[in-house]
Design a protein around this ligand. Structure first.
Ligand SMILES: [Zn+2]
Length: 457
């Protein structure tokens, strides 16, 4: 496995997941302590019934029933089911507004339709579960269903209080249902290594022991309200360069968003001459970082060194990038270069929204900017007669991007979130930082450009 054992006991944390995020570990997996993925961690005491799990007996009973159905389907000719179960959703798509700590949730409502197929039928129970399925594409044991996915019931509707006869001549009968899904649970996510899905699962049992099941996916999205733009300042010691960047507080997996950039300190004037940095190339890249803890089932716990442990997997990818060689305005007199450009996340890569789930699935996004600058020298009397010195640098910096679905219509815009300035360094700027780096630039493309550039002047 080659993994690394982390000495973290997630059971100590009420939020279940506080990994050291500064862990610069390039290996793709590590063994860490983990609980079985369970919604218990995110249970709010005030919401009755949430996080209620089937007892082990019921869980076993249910998986047996599924297996039995699978066998029935392959061996016996299909037999008409005593009733047909269909579902009509009346509520709009489930959308949580605001982050988990503040969201008021989403109301779902609909009607369960029960239609006798062949004569009158007595139904003992009709139960519907709001299920959460967490899954990993990198199970501890290949092809083990218990290692790969886990189902938790978040809510349960019992439609019948006693055995009830559904008469054929009455036709379809409708059973209404509704529920307020609490807003702190993670939204539906289809990551590269981990997933969270919700469904409504109905089970009806007849008085002669037949069982009818029906399942419908329920997609839950989350939208963060747009707030004021975020202003960030990044410095690049030992140079005098400062980069001022303005980004939207929230961006979306589909569509473009504007970025304003201004770099100051590009000109250093001496008595007779000046040395200055010319921006030659700007590259942006949107990175998606996903981590997931694959739990081991009881049977395979030994593979990860005992129960309560799992394997941490990481997956990083780019979901958009572009290289630009023009589109900005340089003013050596003022000593600054500025421009605005559009950034688009590539929707063909099926980017995910940010998520952090108690089972260890976490997806975040970064915007990485790289600026290639070339040094040149000019006499103060003739500032346009510049000569490249041959020195070139790459300035690299990154910003957190908050990616969520669009909040769309129906949002009260009168209570926007306060501006967030956490990226602006306290003044005076400190010279030790993790945000930026300056490196020598060794690319060939710039040298070619620079020869041309020299001839032009
Ligand atoms: Zn297993």
């Amino acid at each position: 496995m080659g993994g690394k054992i982390f000495g973290i006991d997630l059971r100590k944390s009420p939020v279940a997941l506080e990994r050291p995020t500064a862990q610069k570990n390039n290996s793709s997996q590590s063994v860490i302590e983990v609980r079985r993925p369970s919604m218990d961690h995110i249970k709010r005491p005030s919401i009755a019934g949430l996080g209620k799990k089937h007892s082990d007996k019921k869980e076993k009973d249910r998986s047996l029933s599924k297996d039995k159905h699978a066998k029935d389907a392959s061996r016996v000719l299909p037999q008409p089911k005593p009733v047909k179960l269909t579902m009509i959703m009346e509520s709009p798509p489930a959308l949580f507004i605001d982050p988990p700590a503040q969201s008021t949730g989403a109301l779902i409502s609909g009607r369960l339709q029960v239609t006798p197929n062949a004569g009158d039928v007595v139904i003992n129970s009709i139960v519907m579960y709001l299920e959460c399925t967490t899954s990993t594409k990198r199970p501890v044991q290949d092809r083990c269903r218990e290692c790969s996915s886990h189902i938790t019931d978040l809510y349960e509707w019992n439609f019948l209080s006693k055995p009830t006869t559904f008469h054929a001549f009455d036709g379809m009968q409708e059973l209404p249902f509704s529920h307020l899904i609490p807003g702190h649970i993670p939204a539906t996510t289809h990551g590269h290594i981990g997933g969270i899905e919700y469904s409504l699962h109905v089970r009806a049992k007849t008085n002669d022991g037949k069982e009818i099941e029906s399942r419908r996916d329920l997609i839950i999205s989350r939208a963060l309200r747009p707030g004021n733009d975020k202003n960030s300042v990044r410095i690049f010691p030992p140079t005098n360069l400062s980069l001022h960047v303005t980004l939207p507080s929230v961006v979306h997996p589909i569509g473009d968003f504007p970025v304003q950039c201004r770099m100051t300190g590009i000109t250093t004037k001496r008595e007779d001459s000046q040395v200055r940095w010319r921006l030659r190339k700007l590259t942006w890249r949107v990175e998606e970082h996903e981590t997931m803890i694959s739990p081991a089932c009881a049977q395979h716990a030994a593979k990860v060194g005992g129960e309560g442990k799992g394997v941490l997997h990481q997956h990083d990818r780019d979901v958009g990038n572009e290289e630009m060689k023009q589109g900005w305005k340089t003013d050596f007199d003022d000593g600054q270069v500025e421009g605005e450009f559009m950034i688009g996340i590539d929707s063909s890569k099926l980017p995910q929204c940010d998520v952090e789930a108690p089972n260890g699935l976490k997806i975040t996004h970064n915007l990485v900017l790289e600026l290639v600058i070339a040094e040149e020298w000019a006499p103060n009397k003739k500032p346009h007669q510049a000569t490249p010195t041959g020195a070139a640098r790459v300035l690299r910096t990154q910003f957190n991007l908050s990616v969520s679905e669009r909040s769309g219509m129906g949002i009260s815009w009168d209570d926007e979130m306060p501006p967030m300035y956490e990226d602006v360094p306290a003044s005076p700027p400190h010279y030790l930082n993790d945000h930026t780096s300056v490196m020598d630039y060794t690319g060939d493309d710039l040298q070619e450009d620079m020869e041309q550039f020299t001839l032009d002047r």
